[in-house]
Every structure is written in C-alpha cells, then in structure tokens.
Design a protein around this ligand. Structure first.
Ligand SMILES: NC(=O)c1ccc[n+]([C@@H]2O[C@H](COP(=O)([O-])OP(=O)(O)OC[C@H]3O[C@@H](n4cnc5c(N)ncnc54)[C@H](O)[C@@H]3O)[C@@H](O)[C@H]2O)c1
Length: 441
C-alpha cells in the first residue's frame, strides 16, 4: 500500500482527452488483445479471489459456473481477515466442489494477501475487496499479466481513478481482459431498452432520473481487540476512503446506466446531502442521503437520489425522458417503454446480470476476443465521485477539475498498526463533510 500515492501526476486528462484516449486505446488494445487472449481450447483457467466477502463468494461461484463452458478452477483465496477466507473456502467448496483446489498454503490473510494470491501464477483475478484498495490491487494484477474481473466502484477518489485508467491502458497493451461488475450492462432489458433509446425511440433525451434508495447495509461495530485500521477495514462501508460513500458504492450502478444512455459522462454537478438519521460511532463518516443534479455536454440533466434511511420509499431504478416518450428501468425488474400515445411496452428482466457478466467474460476469453470494461468502469466511478464532491462541498463541480483533483483519501501505509487519516473524536464520533466548508478540489 506504500505505492498508493505514487504515479498520481502522470495521468490527469481533461474530459475530452479522457474520452479520446479511451476510445483510441480501445482500438489499439483490441488488436493486441486478440493476439494474446486465452484462446487455447479448454485449458484450465486458474482463478484467484481477492476479497472473500458476500460479493466475492457470489462472483467466484458465478465464474466457476460460467455458461461459456470455460474450465475454471479456483486456486487461491485472499482477504484482509482469516475468518473471511475460511468462510469463503467452505461455502465455495460446498457449492462447486470439483472446481476448488485451494490448499492451506494458497489461502492468504492480511493487507498484503492480494499480492500473495496473484503471485500463485493465476490466469485471472476476481477483485471483490473494498474499492479503496482496487487501484493498488488492479495495478498488481496487470503487472503480473493476469486477466481481471473487478467489482464496481473501481476507486474512491480521483487519484485512484487515474491509477485505474493508467493500469487499464497497460492491460490493453498486454492483451489482458478487464471486466467491471456493472452487471446492469449485461441485463437483457437494459441492453434492449438502451439500444432503442440510442435508435431514437424516445426522441432526444431531455432529462434522466436515477435512484438507489434503501434502508442501508450491515454494521460491524468496533471490537476492543481491534486497532483503528482493523476497525475501519472491517467496517469499510462507513469510511469514504474505503467505500467512497454510498453514492459511490451503490448508486454508481444507476449513474453508469445514465452515462450509458448519454454515451459519456457529465460535464458538471451540483448537489446536496447530509446525515440525518444514521449518526453514531458505528456509522463512520459517510452521509445517509445525497441529491445531485448532473449536467451533460448537450445541456440535458440527470437528477440523482440515493438514501440509506429505513421506513422510506425505496427504489433502485433509472428513468429517461425524451421528446417522444420515456422509459422506466427497474434495476432488478422489468423495463417499461412509453412512446407518445402507444400502449406501453414491457421488457422482462431475463437472467440475472451477475451471472451473465461472467458468461460474457469467459466467452470472450475462450474465443480470444477483446474485452475491456475498464473505461466505462472508471468513468462511472468518477461520475459518482463527482456527485459526492458536489454534495460534500455544496459547490458546482466541473468534471475536468474533479478528475484532476490531487486529494488522496487513502493512508500512505498499509499495516494494521498504521495511522488512519480519519480518526474518531473524543466522543467516538467521526466528523463528516460540512457543505459550505469542506474542500473537495
Ligand atoms: N455488483 C454488485 O451488484 C455488487 C453487490 C455487492 C457488492 N459489490 C461490490 O463488491 C465489493 C465487496 O462488497 P461485499 O458486499 O462483498 O463486501 P463484504 O464486506 O461482504 O466483503 C468485502 C471483503 O473484502 C475483505 N477485504 C477488506 N480489505 C481487503 C484487502 N485489503 N484485501 C483483501 N480483502 C479485503 C473484507 O475482509 C471482506 O471479506 C464492493 O466493491 C462492492 O461495491 C457489488
């Protein structure tokens, strides 16, 4: 983790340069990828899982059960904590017993466990640890020449996004496949309805609405035997350097869909947010609600809302409104398309995108096809960080300034006894951002 603060100054493109570079390198990367991807019949593909929690276990089972027919074997497990490694080993071995070969010597715990798993000579790495660690872990996998499936979000601050972008370019040059866990990109109804929007079904898109309103997630309260670093990494959701806040950690799914509709990221954002209900030492420093207005280059708006408060209206959905009609897409439900006075058209969800994303990744790997989701993964994470910057500061934040930000939220040292940048006060509470005072650029 000492490397976290290296290399930040080398890649600070404007929005235009960012888009141009991404697509230009995608073409070049595609050529090299086709030459070197794993197209060798049905050889065994050795897989490591980094981050053995809820999503890690699910993603591993989905990868091992991929419908593409790739012969995948889980050979290494890594997590910050030993109990998570053990639980994952038990569960995955039970679900897919013949596809797990992880003896004790390839089960690693600690903050350097990721490197040990990568060093087992694996072909692909699944990264499902907290997103604050993603840039460091992605860089290490690319350096080792491994294909990557990494969960969203891919970073928690602008320096982290730039590190992902730089490593993604390296991955393309090396012909490595890079998948990002935006499973909605793989859902049948999202693909169909967004294709229809791009074909003009609802006319020009004037505005979009996006929601991730829920009652919140787990709490893992402090234990007396933990260092401050152990507490923060265990309870990672509630620390901005680790999760990005819930606008980045969860709502990034909806923001990614809106960028997909607009075929690029917004140019600026302004918003508001705070914590009204979820206050206490167990809840770290993040907000419990954000409302952000994003503006795209053509002047169209995207109104984004995310909330973690029980007993309120819940929704995980995206909506686009155009000059000729509108579309409502339920994250995990159906899509409904309304065009002028015609009968609404319903498109059913189809299979779960969490499985499809692995089916598509392994199909590309077997066929030797280019596959890189790193560009939109980085863009969508940066969009969510832009929204957080707007709600934390209360200012209008331009995309270009946000992406160039040098504010690095992550501690320079990676050790259980290392000093954390965020610390509890005398009342055990962590300070949270104060709009009007907090600086984000
Ligand atoms: N695509 C989706 O629908 C979806 C759903 C849930 C979670 N996620 C994403 O998956 C990731 C993990 O979320 P989760 O719900 O599984 O959380 P979790 O807390 O259940 O699991 C995270 C695991 O990472 C481990 N970890 C912490 N620091 C680590 C480090 N430095 N190296 C290795 N392991 C480390 C933790 O100990 C824990 O076991 C997050 O990025 C989250 O946003 C995506």
């Amino acid at each position: 983790m000492n490397a976290r603060n290296d290399n930040h100054g080398s890649c600070t493109p404007s929005r235009r340069e960012f888009l141009k570079t991404s697509s230009a390198v995608a073409v070049a990367g595609g050529l090299s990828l086709a030459r070197s991807a794993h197209a060798a019949g049905n050889d065994e593909i050795k897989l490591a899982l980094i981050g053995c929690g809820g999503r890690g276990k699910g993603a591993a089972v989905q990868a091992l059960n991929n419908a593409a027919g790739a012969n995948v074997k889980l050979v290494a497990l890594a997590d910050a904590f030993e109990d998570s490694v053990d639980q994952a080993h038990k569960l995955i071995s039970k679900r897919v017993p013949d596809k797990v070969d992880v003896p004790e010597e390839r089960r690693f715990a600690g903050l350097d466990a990721y490197q040990k798993a990568i060093d087992c000579g694996v072909d692909m790495v699944l990264m499902c640890s907290p997103p604050g660690f993603r840039p460091q872990q992605f860089e290490a996998a690319v350096k080792a020449g491994a294909h990557v499936f990494m969960e969203k979000p891919v970073a928690t601050d602008a320096p982290g996004v730039r590190r992902i972008m730089a490593a993604n370019e390296e991955a393309k040059k090396k012909g490595l496949l890079v998948a990002v866990g935006h499973h909605l990109r793989h859902e049948v109804k999202h693909r169909e309805v967004i294709q229809r929007i791009h074909d003009g079904a609802i006319g020009n898109v004037l505005f979009q609405r996006a929601y991730f309103n829920s009652s919140g997630v787990w709490v893992r309260p402090r234990r007396p035997d933990q260092t401050e670093m152990q507490h923060q990494v265990r309870n990672w959701y509630y620390f901005t350097w680790l999760s990005g806040d819930h606008i980045v950690e969860q709502h990034v799914h909806d923001l990614d869909v809106c960028n997909w509709v607009k075929q690029g990221p917004p140019v600026e954002a302004q918003g508001m947010g705070g914590r009204q209900v979820r206050i206490g030492p167990a809840y770290g420093e993040i907000f419990d609600h954000h409302a952000v207005e994003f503006t795209y280059a053509d002047g169209s708006k995207m109104f984004s809302y995310c909330r973690h408060i029980p007993n309120c209206w819940g929704s995980f959905s995206e909506h686009a409104h155009g000059t000729k009609g509108s579309v409502n897409i339920e994250g995990h439900g159906r899509a409904v398309l309304r065009i002028d006075d015609a009968e609404p058209m319903t498109i059913e969800r189809g299979p779960d995108g969490h499985q499809l994303e692995h089916d598509h990744l392994f199909a590309a790997l077997l066929e030797g096809r280019p596959y890189n989701e790193g560009d939109y993964g980085a863009t969508s994470t940066m969009t969510a960080i832009l929204g957080r910057m707007a709600s934390y500061s209360g200012q209008i934040i331009p995309w270009d300034d946000a992406l160039k930000s040098e504010i690095d939220l992550c501690p320079k040292q990676s050790a259980w006894d290392a000093e954390t940048l965020v610390k509890p006060g005398e009342d055990d509470l962590y300070a949270c951002a104060m709009p009007g005072k907090t600086k984000v650029l």
